[in-house]
Ligand binder design. Structure first.
Ligand code: TRP
Length: 386
């Protein structure tokens, strides 16, 4: 970002990260039914938000060891499905990727986010109120600042900011979350949260949301499926059986009786990312979360993306959502066959929020740098004609 005119960015050169994500975003936008003009605005915005790393040739290594995606691409897409409508396209990005260290990444991220927010007439007040908590002089942890844009028609996205509870050291993460919630007026929210192994993200909806949420993400390692079902602290939230079912369907048949750790057979046991939950708070008086989401790292439970796609498709159908856009969405980001790698579908999420039907989110990797090989290669003839 140079502070120049909105949208004044040059089209990125071929073979750069910017060109790669531009192509992906334009194709995904079409699948999500966004008007052409908006798609182009959003693609330019993405390139600008990434800043100098947009111009980085793809044959160089990733700009930083971003935790945002497995291959360190500082961009990830997602489609959020609801019954009876086209999925909503969102893009998650690390605006400070390649800035050189967490402190700089945070400063760059804040500057970029504020500039974008100003352009869209979005207030950053909640973020400003928390700056000292999440942006100490010598931050620690896996990220400094991410932002997600929900790409709705009209060229002005809904904005979300993701902050790092471990910024003051992992040992202080819980305290940082508690303070942040309190500062935003959610005095009783911290106590309402379930136990978890780690506070991963603290997220803020910024600007024009019907009900802006403050969200707390927790990681859960090796939790039996039956207990995962009981993690929601929403009033009138999902039944434990529903959450457990979703988990089982997303993790697949390899899942052992404990819900997660298949015995791995003769293969070395893969190290799996934890499950994540997110509790969303809107009403400061309520003290209870109005939303609960479960995220399953499907890529750590499937041999290849063909299987991840099949599980996502089955789940979408089960919830009365049209899975048709998903396969084309994968083809929009890569020309490889889903069976030839694993990780293109990074997570499957199930979101419950008061006053809305459940949503299913599919997280789609950009794979700008690397494809994780499938656990068991599938011969081409086995999938021919699909
Ligand atoms: N890459 C990180 C992870 O796998 C963070 C992340 C990216 C993430 N997209 C996500 C976490 C979607 C949960 C859901 O944990």
């Amino acid at each position: 970002m140079t502070g120049s005119e909105p949208g004044a960015a040059q089209a990125p050169d071929a073979g750069t990260l910017g060109a790669h994500v531009t192509r992906q975003l334009l194709r995904l936008s079409e699948i999500a039914g966004l008007p052409d003009v908006d798609s182009h605005i959003y693609a330019r915005t993405l390139v600008e938000a990434l800043g100098p790393v947009s111009g980085r040739p793809l044959d160089l290594p990733p700009p930083s060891d971003s935790f945002l995606s497995d291959d360190h691409t500082p961009v990830e897409y997602s489609l959020s499905f609801e019954p009876g409508r086209a999925p909503t396209l969102r893009v998650l990005l690390e605006p400070g990727a390649g800035a050189g260290g967490l402190a700089r990444s945070g400063r760059t991220g804040l500057r970029v986010l504020r500039e974008l927010a100003g352009r869209w007439g979005v207030t950053t007040t909640p973020l400003d109120e928390l700056e000292d908590l999440f942006f100490p002089p010598s931050p620690e942890g896996p990220l400094a600042l991410w932002c997600a844009l929900e790409l709705r028609p009209g060229g002005v996205p809904r904005v979300k900011a993701y902050l790092n509870p471990a910024a003051n050291g992992p040992a202080h993460a819980a305290k940082t979350v508690r303070k942040a919630l309190k500062r935003l007026g959610h005095r009783r929210a911290f106590k309402a949260l379930p136990d978890g192994d780690r506070h991963l993200f603290f997220a803020l909806d910024l600007g024009d949301w019907d009900e802006p949420r403050v969200k707390v993400y927790l990681a859960h390692h090796d939790l039996p499926a039956a207990q995962v079902g009981g993690l929601s602290r929403m009033d009138d939230g999902p039944e434990p059986a529903e959450i457990e079912e979703f988990l089982r369907a997303a993790t697949g048949p390899e899942t052992g009786a404990d819900g997660l750790a298949g015995d791995g057979g003769p293969q070395p046991r893969i190290v799996r990312r934890p499950l994540q939950t997110c509790h969303a708070f809107t009403d400061t008086a309520a003290g209870r979360p109005g939303g609960f989401t479960l995220y399953v790292p499907v890529r750590d439970h499937a041999p290849h993306d063909g299987e991840a796609l099949a599980r996502a498709t089955a789940l979408l159908r089960r919830y009365g959502m049209d899975p048709a856009p998903l396969q084309p969405a994968l083809a929009a980001v890569t020309s490889r066959r889903p069976e030839d790698g694993v990780g293109l579908v990074a997570y499957l999420g199930l979101a419950h929020q008061h006053g809305r039907p459940p949503r299913i989110m599919t997280y789609i990797s950009s794979e700008a740098y690397e494809v994780r090989p499938p656990a068991a290669p599938v011969p081409a003839e086995a999938t021919a004609g699909r």
